[in-house]
Design a protein around this ligand. Structure first.
Ligand SMILES: Cc1cc2nc3c(=O)[nH]c(=O)nc-3n(C[C@H](O)[C@H](O)[C@H](O)COP(=O)(O)OP(=O)(O)OC[C@H]3O[C@@H](n4cnc5c(N)ncnc54)[C@H](O)[C@@H]3O)c2cc1C
Length: 266
């Protein structure tokens, strides 16, 4: 069985993030890392591998991104993925969802040349652009069924049962592999790389592919080919300090009610 897990390299959400002059996210000026939400996808891929006793399961971590995005693949390898693929090409910079999914689809197809891909596992959204659309676009491009927002995955042969938690109900979806599946942050704590895992990752194979390797026309990706454009972007103003109502002389309750009334809460 072959699982491709998508790992996006994103700017660290805790860093001081900025926008470029064209309103896109400044991805070079801040440290990056593997999108936290993709760590859950890596974890689920590794658990499927561990539960498949006696069966050969290969987990391939795939990223599309600049040179530094190799770090996302490295982290997945340290966690336990078997091999990595890094698609990088200057022409990809500024790509929108359509172009990103096109490159990812071409890469998944190429991974499949050395053995069919049974499962493409993704995060529920990236922690930077948060589009949540790439898995659906990828499924369409690969002509595969898609299940979104899975929290529990059980597999028997080519059959999978995926639990989806909604606000008012829980669904269990049955599907036949191959599929594209996105998982939520409720799917289980992602493991930390162990020292052994970190050392082992150094010897794991990583392929670096360009657009030419994938047969994707550079003119179809990048900012100039984007179907959508970021028209404006500005940082949210910092949160203002809340109002503290003290109750030194017994008037606290009245002050609280007055405050709520002034905000039209009551
Ligand atoms: C005009 C414009 C310019 C842009 N320029 C850039 C740019 O230069 N660089 C950039 O990164 N984004 C850029 N973006 C945003 C870009 O479109 C999205 O980052 C990209 O398509 C993925 O969408 P998302 O991050 O919202 O992913 P989502 O749809 O939220 O991702 C869901 C899941 O898909 C997988 N996934 C998504 N993207 C990747 C990836 N690249 N590699 C591996 N797995 C992935 C992950 O598993 C992720 O959890 C630009 C957008 C616009 C409109």
């Amino acid at each position: 069985m072959k699982i491709v897990v998508l790992v996006k390299y994103v700017p660290d959400a805790t860093a001081d993030r900025q926008f470029e002059s064209d309103h896109t996210v400044d991805r070079a000026g801040v440290p990056g890392l593997l999108s936290e939400l993709d760590e859950y996808a890596v974890e689920q891929a590794l658990q499927l591998k561990e539960k498949a006793e006696g069966e050969d399961v290969e987990v391939v971590a795939l990223t599309v991104g600049p040179e530094a995005a190799a770090e996302a693949v490295k982290k997945a390898l340290q966690m336990g993925a078997d091999s990595g693929v890094h698609v990088t090409d200057e022409a990809i910079a500024g790509s929108d969802y359509l172009a990103t999914s096109q490159v990812l689809a071409a890469a998944v197809r190429k991974v499949g040349e050395s053995g069919a891909v049974d499962l493409v596992l993704c995060g529920m959204a990236s922690t930077d652009a948060s589009g949540s659309v790439v898995p659906a676009m990828l499924a369409e491009r690969l002509d595969l069924p898609q299940v979104t927002l899975g929290s529990v995955i059980e597999r028997q042969g080519d059959q999978v049962r995926i639990k989806r938690d909604g606000d008012t109900s829980t669904e269990v979806i049955g599907a036949t592999l191959p599929i594209v599946l996105s998982v939520t942050d409720q799917s289980g704590e992602a493991r930390y790389p162990s020292f052994k895992g970190i050392m082992a990752a150094k010897k794991k194979p990583v392929e670096t592919w360009s657009l030419a390797d994938l047969g994707v026309d550079a003119g179809e990706v990048g900012l100039d080919a984007a179907w959508s454009k970021v028209e404006a972007a500005e940082a949210r103003p910092p949160r203002t300090q809340g109002e503290i109502v003290t109750d030194e002389d017994g008037s606290g309750a009245t002050a609280l009610v007055d405050f709520l009334a002034s905000k039209k809460f009551i």
